[in-house]
Design a protein. Sequence first.
Length: 322
Amino acid sequence: MKKTLHTYNPQTQEYEPYHPTLRQRIARILSRTFLSLGFAALCCILLYWMIGTPSENALRIENSQLQAQYNVISHQLDEALEVMEDLQQRDDNLYRVILQTDPISQHVRQAGYGGTNRYEHLEDMINSDMVIETTAKLDKLKRQLYIQSKSYDEVVALCKQNDARLQCIPAIQPVSNKDLKYTASGYGRRIDPIYKTVKFHHGMDFSANTGTPVYATGNATVIKCGWQSGYGLTIELDHGFGYQTRYAHLSKINVRKGEKVKRGETIGLVGSTGKSTGPHLHYEVINKGRKVNPVNYYYMDLTAEEYDRMIQMAANHGKVYD
Ligand SMILES: [Zn+2]
């Protein structure tokens, strides 16, 4: 059935039937369609502008997750830097103190900071502050790890050197306790046994029978052996690290100049040669050219009680044989 439309005629003041042509009808349909589509498009644009497209929403969620992960990483880096600081403290204030070496300066530990802006390429990024801060922390940790690992290499080398040092420094008695006849006389001002005047005694006297073995008190090289005025038959050892020892009034010398000796090795025998009033060993420890009290160099083979006894002897009282 043909569709009938009505139009208002102002002259007759009546609605009159009206039959649009095909062209008019098509134009009418098209205009309505475009209007509807236009309205729908406007709604869509408004909606997207307000709440975003699904892919934008997915990216937004991903972005906030990444930010959260960055924050976690940044926090973990802070913790790692704290652990690093603890390691540095221990390195400087414990290991390096024990090994008697200088701490690593803050200047070296913090080296590489400042200068040109190395994070310029990150500045264009969204959240660039967060990315730059985290990257800078990571760089700091990397540099400090490198310096710390170098420091540990040095500490290990010093430990090995220290081991050699401990093998060489005089650390035992030159005459075994079982062979001692009397308490020995110590280092300090003593009455000279021959001239009966007060004189400084620069060594320690161990009274023992002639022929009692005399031991090298640390690994060393023989630098002198033979007769020395006053000292009689004498051996001098160089232990390195600034230490030398002297063994005087011997009855026999078992080593030659230039020979390497180990701690505990018999280098000669007790005697009474030179300026001496009876069989004994006169023992001296020389550190950096200065004769020091040998009592501080018996720490390896003495028990606490024996050490006390040795300290008393050294204080003392025992007869000086020179
Ligand atoms: Zn003496």
